[in-house]
Design a protein around this ligand. Structure first.
Ligand SMILES: NC(=O)NCCC(=O)O
Ligand SMILES: [Zn+2]
Length: 560
């Protein structure tokens, strides 16, 4: 039978999922306060939901950069008899976890009765997924995404993802104000998260703040938008300044690569043709515009000699630019997202606006064929990891663009579905191995953002972020059963093989038997240090560039 506090958290989940976060949060905080005051909150070995963790999450305990950081009693866990998979190796073994950390990975670990045992015989035990690209509680296109740091993360945990990296959007161009705002947004986190930061304007204060973010706030990546004209877009001139600054700080430059000027022209053209519906979105920003901007961004990063991370690669056009750069030895990472891998643009032509508008995202979903090419690029290593760009709006928000596709808030769901869809479409189909799956869903992200092997591995000393996947079980995706607050799901009705049966996040069992057991405030902010492995050797390449110049040429005085 469930402990009283486990019941409290299930109740919590249900309340939160009914889209009344504020009221519920106040209620639960009140409950926690009362139970502390009257000391009626027994803390048993197996009971991980404590008022203490609750309070730490609210900023009363240890904290990194003022972000939430909880520490309380963890259960001791043994995951027995599964196939433990890391990116480099797989073996049948037990995994023993204490205090939220993996203590030991080896066969036949013997434990005492106080340890919770999870039988994983015949199943895969893998590092929890890390989603490198999400937008929770984001203000965008005149509205706010429906999933916040609590509901989005709860959905992620139910789907086997145990960490995500979200994008701080500056407030009026101010990075500090943006960071502070995200501190508040993230206070109810129920799983670990990191932050990238968008750069939406350029001046001396932005350059100074980038330094503060990297040196004091745990941010090691900055995103530049070459699209969203008159909103987030920056010019090539500013992009170059940003690339230089990133390089000097050891921070990874990220780019949203679409030609924003040409997109604006394409949108005008569609409106003039009377194409005002969701299909106009895809028609106004064809793959060529993504290819052009991807190539341009790569060339500018090459000119500065700094690594580049291209977010949401959606087309063969962009893929070809990345492949070409890689062939020439340039350090470019391409991130496809799950929607681009398994969907195509056909639904944008659906006669029902609600259905069609669900699929509006940028860069847009492409014609069938692009998705297969992106999957193949993951198989061959041209693309290295998979994100979601989870950015959810419900159907009433999408209806803001009922008469004009330019006003449909851009974004689709995926944080809960990524792990299942990738397993089914790529492992189950034989395109990649199980170790590759771990690499592209978790390890590669941890390595790129410099948090490996704390994250992205099941090794002694790693955080106990672990999933148990049953390859013989099946899943079905639907808005009626998902944990996102969105009233729609772009994967509605999809079924497949391979089911995440258990999710352990930070050493706590948060998803088992189809039930979520999550606590607002238990998620930690994970600082990501600069100068990750992508920066190794950059100084040497700079030195050889300088010596290749054979300049300045020393010339004698010109005599007249
Ligand atoms: N991708 C999308 O459509 N929405 C989120 C914002 C972005 O990443 O461009
Ligand atoms: Zn995005």
């Amino acid at each position: 039978m469930a402990e009283p506090q486990q019941l409290q958290s299930r109740l919590l989940w249900r309340i939160f999922n009914r889209r009344s976060v504020t009221v519920a949060a106040v209620l639960v905080r009140l409950l926690s306060t009362l139970s502390l005051l009257f000391l009626i909150s027994p803390i048993s070995e197996s009971n991980h939901i404590t008022s203490e963790s609750y309070y730490n999450g609210l900023g009363y305990g240890d904290s990194d950069c003022g972000m939430s950081s909880s520490s309380s009693s963890w259960p001791k866990l043994l995951i027995r008899g599964g196939t433990v998979v890391n990116a480099h190796h797989q073996e049948v073994a037990d995994v023993y976890v204490e205090d939220g950390i993996v203590v030991s990975v080896k066969p036949n670990i013997q434990v005492h009765d106080d340890v919770t045992v999870i039988d994983a015989t015949g199943k895969y035990v893998m590092p929890g997924g890390i989603d490198p690209h999400t937008h929770l509680a984001m203000e965008f296109m005149g509205t706010v995404t429906v999933d916040d740091f609590f509901s989005g993360q709860a959905a992620a945990l139910a789907g086997g993802t145990t960490m995500h990296i979200d994008f701080v959007i500056p407030v009026n161009g101010s990075l500090t104000a943006g960071f502070e705002a995200y501190k508040v947004k993230a206070k109810d986190s129920c799983m670990d998260y990191g932050l990238h930061m968008a750069i939406t304007k350029w001046d001396e204060s932005v350059a100074r703040d980038m330094e503060v973010m990297v040196k004091e706030r745990g941010i090691n990546s900055f995103k530049f938008f070459l699209a969203y004209k008159d909103a987030l877009m920056i010019s090539d001139e500013l992009f170059l300044q940003g690339l230089k600054k990133c390089k000097s700080l050891g921070a990874l430059a990220m780019v949203h690569a679409e030609n924003g000027d040409a997109v604006a022209e394409g949108q005008k053209r569609m409106m003039e043709l009377g194409i005002t519906g969701p299909e106009g979105h895809a028609l106004s920003r064809p793959p060529e515009l993504e290819g052009e901007a991807t190539g341009r961004a790569i060339h500018l990063a090459g000119f500065v000699n700094t690594p580049l991370y291209v977010v949401h690669v959606m087309s063969i056009d962009a893929l070809d630019e990345i492949a070409k750069a890689k062939r020439s030895g340039q350090r470019v990472i391409g991130e496809p997202v799950i929607s681009g891998l398994v969907l195509d643009d056909s639904k944008l032509w659906d006669p029902d606006f609600t259905t069609a508008s669900m699929y509006v995202m940028s860069p847009p979903l492409r014609k069938s064929g692009h998705n297969r090419a992106l999957q193949a690029a993951l198989t061959t290593g041209v693309l290295q990891l998979v994100g979601t760009d989870h950015c959810t709006f419900n159907s009433t928000q999408k209806a803001l663009g009922i008469d004009d596709f330019r006003k449909i808030p851009n974004g689709v769901n995926g944080i809960e579905e990524r792990m299942h869809l990738l397993w089914d479409s790529m492992v189950e189909s034989g395109m990649i191995s199980v170790t590759d799956y771990v690499r592209i869903t978790s390890t590669e992200c941890a390595r790129i953002f410099n948090i490996y092997p704390r994250k992205g591995a099941i090794l002694a000393g790693s955080d106990a972020d672990i999933i148990v996947l049953n390859p013989n079980s099946t899943f079905e995706l639907s808005a009626t059963s998902h944990h996102s607050r969105s009233d729609t799901n772009v994967y509605e009705g999809r079924t497949g093989k391979g089911k995440v049966e258990v999710t352990i996040a930070g050493g706590r069992v948060v998803w088992r038997h189809g039930e979520l057991n999550v606590v607002p405030g238990s998620g930690r902010y994970i600082e990501m240090p600069p100068f990750g492995h992508l920066f190794d050797g950059i100084d040497k390449a700079d030195a050889s560039y300088l010596s290749s110049l054979h300049a300045p040429v020393k010339r004698g005085k010109v005599t007249t």
